[in-house]
Design a protein around this ligand. Structure first.
Ligand SMILES: Cc1ncc(COP(=O)(O)O)c(C=O)c1O
Length: 428
């Protein structure tokens, strides 16, 4: 029996004092499972289900009339979701719109903000970013006639898990025109200092954008105040908008009026959109970066889920996120000594330097991950050997975390992972 901070009683006490604990009941949970994978796909909350079902009903009863007569008229659904997202990213009115998806929005924004000229033609990124971003950046360089091997500069990691801001700043030289970095790293969960990086980029005349996929909905941002040029994200992780739900993008006010690199009629000023003029007239704000028709069915659940997040408040969500990820790390340290159990926390220990999940490596990570699933824990795995655990503030309890770490312990104590295959399926 553990005592003190490692005990089950202590976990239950933490839950009893958690102001966000009542939100757990606003979500649908998977029977018998401890869900620790909200960093990949958030659970469905009742509000998301309701807004989705409302839109389905509007389609059934209004048909095309839904574009103007629905409760949130579909023609302005993207802007309404933008308004609901502003508090999460620290944007001013008009700077956010819901549209596309992560990689698609990256393309739309980089096609606008990447302007290679003379010597200044490089894009600065890093080797730990989500590969889709790097594929997209390389293709944008090739589209402009550049050589991705030459013009895409990747900051290297010193330890394989994190990127030092100093190294990014050092790489911001005169050849760099655009920098694109994640807010939070998808494997280690490291949170970059976006404010500092934006300041340093601007001092050197570099435009800077961020992929907020792993921070939106769990980490507050001050994009407008920091002067970030652009950002984009998905809504299916901590925003709980559902699989493949519509994404979001942000364009700082100072760039409004610029012509989007990838234009389409949904980016046209609404007042003349249906005049069907031959010439594109971009909207006066971030709406201009939409391309085609809003994906209403994948946008619908995001409305309810954003309302729930705003009710809880992003600052309170962040407070719990820091506390519950710290608690998870303390339990791993206290119950699973590395020499005996082989687990190693790859996430920064300073809560200010991490997002919403904790990455734990294990030499046999893939098989341990399968053994966790067999025990009813839902984590996920990223190569080479990282198990990601996301205690999501709105629906994960401290007791869930306590139980998860005990499952990890029992798996190694009993050698349960050894009976699983080392082969990996195509989706992990
Ligand atoms: C940080 C990051 N960027 C980009 C992507 C790709 O997202 P999408 O499939 O929405 O384009 C993901 C997917 O999980 C991601 O985690």
């Amino acid at each position: 029996m553990e005592s003190g901070k490692l005990s089950e009683d202590y976990a239950l006490q933490l839950d009893a004092r958690d102001p966000l604990a009542p939100f757990k009941h606003r979500f649908h949970h998977i029977d018998g499972a401890i869900y620790m994978d909200g960093n990949s796909l958030g659970l469905m909350c009742r509000e998301a289900e309701e807004s989705l079902m409302r839109v389905v009903e509007e389609w059934r009863t209004l048909g095309i009339g839904g574009w103007t007569q629905a409760k949130v008229p579909w023609i302005s659904f993207a802007e309404e979701l933008g308004r609901l997202t502003e508090p999460l990213v620290g944007a001013e009115p008009g700077e956010v719109v819901a549209t596309g998806g992560t990689t698609i929005n990256l393309h739309a924004l980089v096609a606008t903000f990447y302007n290679p000229q003379g010597e200044r033609r490089r894009i600065l990124a890093d080797e730990l970013n989500f590969p889709s971003d790097l594929y997209a950046l390389a293709s944008q360089i090739a589209l402009r006639g550049g050589d991705p091997w030459e013009d895409l500069v990747l900051v290297r990691s010193r330890d394989g898990h994190t990127i030092e801001e100093d190294d990014v700043v050092e790489a911001m030289d005169q050849d760099v025109q655009l920098a694109l970095l994640p807010s939070v790293y998808y494997r280690s969960g490291q949170l970059l200092d976006m404010e500092r990086l934006t300041r340093e980029a601007h001092e050197r005349g570099i435009t800077i954008g961020f992929d907020l996929g792993h921070s939106v909905g769990v980490v507050p941002h001050r994009l407008h105040q920091w002067g970030v040029d652009f950002a984009f994200w998905c809504n299916y992780k901590y925003v709980n908008g559902g699989p493949g739900s519509i994404g979001g993008l942000y364009v700082h006010q100072k760039h409004w009026g610029r012509r989007p690199g990838l234009a389409g009629w949904f980016g046209n000023d609404r007042s003349t959109m249906f005049d069907m003029r031959l010439e594109f007239q971009p909207a006066g704000d971030a709406s201009a970066w939409q391309i085609g028709t809003t994906h209403i069915l994948s946008a619908a659940p995001v409305e309810g889920s954003l309302r729930l997040i705003n009710e809880a408040g992003i600052e309170r969500i962040r407070e719990k996120s820091k506390a519950i990820t710290s608690y998870l790390i303390e339990l791993v340290d206290g119950l699973l000594p590395e020499e005996e159990y082989g687990f190693h926390v790859v996430t920064p220990r300073d809560p200010e330097r991490r997002g919403g999940h904790v990455g734990v490596s294990h030499p046999d990570g893939w098989r341990v991950n399968q053994a966790l699933i067999a025990r009813g824990v839902v984590p996920d795995f990223r190569p080479p050997n990282i198990i990601r655990l996301a205690p999501v503030p709105l629906y994960t309890s401290y007791h869930d975390v306590w139980r998860t770490v005990h499952h990890m312990k029992a798996i190694i104590d009993r050698g349960e992972h050894l009976s699983f295959s080392k082969e990996k399926p195509t989706v992990t």
